[in-house]
Design a protein around this ligand. Structure first.
Ligand SMILES: O=C(O)CCC(=O)C(=O)O
Ligand SMILES: [Fe+2]
Length: 250
């Protein structure tokens, strides 16, 4: 079977311009000051930033494009690459021709936030990414097991649609050696995704997805990585680290 060769139907999606983004997000990032970024983001939980990211026009267009891509794959009996070993649904955005757009999203638009909020995870030297869309539906994947990401920093942006359940639960950041360590009460938190809202968190921040109860949820995920970090460490979340509470306590 050959890999899908797919041409974007809506070619404007290949550039991650202001049209794709929430106007408040654009204003804050273009102002570039600490005050503007503080005003934009919420910190609903330790180690998590939440903010409005995409425009409604972009989210609707991206969902249409994904639909067209999946249709094209089915038509040619080609299996799309799955985002990772945990999902049976979803698409890898480079397969749609969105590699450059995701680079632009990370380096132009998200860099001020990752640099500011994730210095201990090399948020200022992110230089490659794996971007994909995950989907939960009653007749497909309905949850996601507890895990850490193969990323230094992760973006999770909800594109829609209407659903109940499928909250992302968090249980604190740990290095690889302390991955199985129980979470304390203060670390347990969950994010209720809503279309247009996005969060950033460290890849080492342990999380999973509660069962979907109804509807369909589609989220865009970017695993943002740093070559510098990976040169200095054998594994992305190798300890001892200053950000793992168990290492700190030792
Ligand atoms: O579905 C989500 O919101 C989270 C997905 C996720 O954690 C992942 O793909 O790494
Ligand atoms: Fe994840």
């Amino acid at each position: 079977m050959t890999r899908p060769s797919y041409s974007l139907r809506q070619t404007w999606l290949s550039d991650l311009t202001e049209r794709c983004l929430d106007p408040g997000f654009v204003r804050a990032v273009q102002a570039g000051t600490r005050e503007a970024l503080e005003e934009l983001v919420e910190r609903p939980h330790a180690g998590v930033l939440e903010f409005p990211l995409f425009s409604t026009e972009y989210m609707e267009a991206l969902l249409r494009e994904i639909h067209a891509f999946e249709h094209a794959c089915r038509h040619r009996s080609v299996r799309p690459l799955r985002p990772n070993s945990m999902n049976n649904q979803g698409v890898v955005l480079s397969e749609l021709g969105l590699e450059d757009a995701m680079d632009e999203l990370l380096y132009t638009w998200l860099a001020p936030l990752t640099k500011w909020a994730f210095p201990e995870h090399d948020g200022s030297s992110l230089d490659h990414q794996h971007a994909f869309v995950v989907e939960y539906a009653e007749n497909g994947d309905t949850d996601l097991g507890f895990h850490v990401d193969d990323s230094e920093v992760t973006l999770n942006a909800c594109l829609g649609l209407s659903f109940e359940g499928a909250e992302v639960y968090f249980r604190g950041a740990r290095c690889d050696a302390h991955r199985e360590d129980p979470a304390n009460d203060a670390e347990a938190w969950q994010w209720q995704p809503a279309a247009g809202r996005a969060i950033l968190h460290a890849g080492a921040h342990r999380h999973g997805v509660h069962p979907l109860r109804s509807g369909r949820r589609v989220n865009l995920i970017v695993w943002a990585r740093s070559s510098r970090h990976r040169r200095l460490h054998r594994a992305p979340h190798e300890g001892p680290t200053a950000w793992c509470p168990r290492c700190e306590a030792a």
